[in-house]
Write a protein that binds this ligand. Structure first.
Ligand code: ZN
Length: 264
């Protein structure tokens, strides 16, 4: 074979090999795209076939109200707990009103023993509500020990009693600093406990656990929610005081579209 022919054969082989790699690459990309599309279809179908049958722990504040509107199609029962906090009556009035408007069954459970035996300035039996930023050290006085643990325990039992499979709770990332039972590690641990401790493996789901109150407010805004139908102030007055930790947090979250009338 002369040199020219050898070169021709070599070039033809290289060209063929190069094309082959391209073909393999294209087949691989088509395979990955198809697999991804099939996966998305299966996931979408699974989620459609398996909507949550949820109970919501619903205070009537702006976070849980957003959660109520956000997941209204999945929610069959809302439960508010009256544990003797200074602002419970005003919050729960809004909770009742919002559930009525959405046609969601709402119940109120009295946990009055907490006001008698627990120590917290948030409670009617406690001292004055501190003023300042929500995450400040003095706000620890407003922590009600294990409040979420107690409310979730009742909610999980209620969910099982009402043939529901999920408990929704509206804690968020800004709660983590001073409220131990709002942290992701606690919610995850409680989710495991609820699944293990119920016949129907009830789930505890906290959709806003990793996002800020501002982000929750923006979700609510996107849902055209009326935040005037929510209550935040820890002092429990007719108007929001504008100075307690939760009022300051509300102002920051709703900045730019806050129609709340604060005390002067
Ligand atoms: Zn306030």
């Amino acid at each position: 074979m002369d040199n020219n022919l050898k070169m021709f054969c070599k070039d033809t082989y290289n060209h063929f090999a190069e094309n082959q790699i391209h073909v393999i690459l294209i087949i691989f990309i088509v395979f990955v795209v198809t697999l991804n599309s099939i996966f998305v279809q299966i996931l979408t179908r699974y989620l459609k076939q398996n909507p949550m049958n949820a109970l919501i722990v619903y205070s009537g504040g702006m976070d849980s109200s957003t959660l109520l509107y956000h997941y209204q199609k999945d929610i069959h029962l809302a439960v508010s707990f009256h544990y003797g906090a200074k602002h419970n009556d005003r919050e729960i009035a809004y909770a009742k009103q919002n559930c009525k408007e959405l046609g969601i069954r709402h119940i109120v459970i009295n946990l009055g023993f907490m006001n008698v035996y627990f120590k917290s300035d948030l409670l009617q039996s406690g001292g004055g509500i501190p003023e300042g930023h929500y995450e400040a050290e003095n706000m620890k006085k407003t922590v009600v020990p294990f409040r979420n643990g107690i409310m979730l325990s009742v909610a999980v039992g209620l969910a099982e009693s009402n043939d529901l499979d999920t408990v929704l709770i509206g804690n968020h990332a800004g709660d983590h600093t001073i409220y131990p039972d709002c942290r992701k590690s606690f919610i995850d641990a409680f989710d495991v406990a609820a699944r293990e401790g119920t016949d129907k493996s009830i789930r505890v789901v906290s959709p806003y656990c990793d996002i800020s109150k501002r982000e929750i407010a923006l979700i609510g805004k996107g849902l055209n929610m009326d935040f005037l139908k929510t209550y935040s102030c820890y002092k429990g007055g007719e108007k929001h005081c504008g100075k307690c930790g939760t009022c300051v947090e509300r102002k920051e979250a709703l900045d730019g579209f806050d129609r709340t009338e604060y005390e002067k």
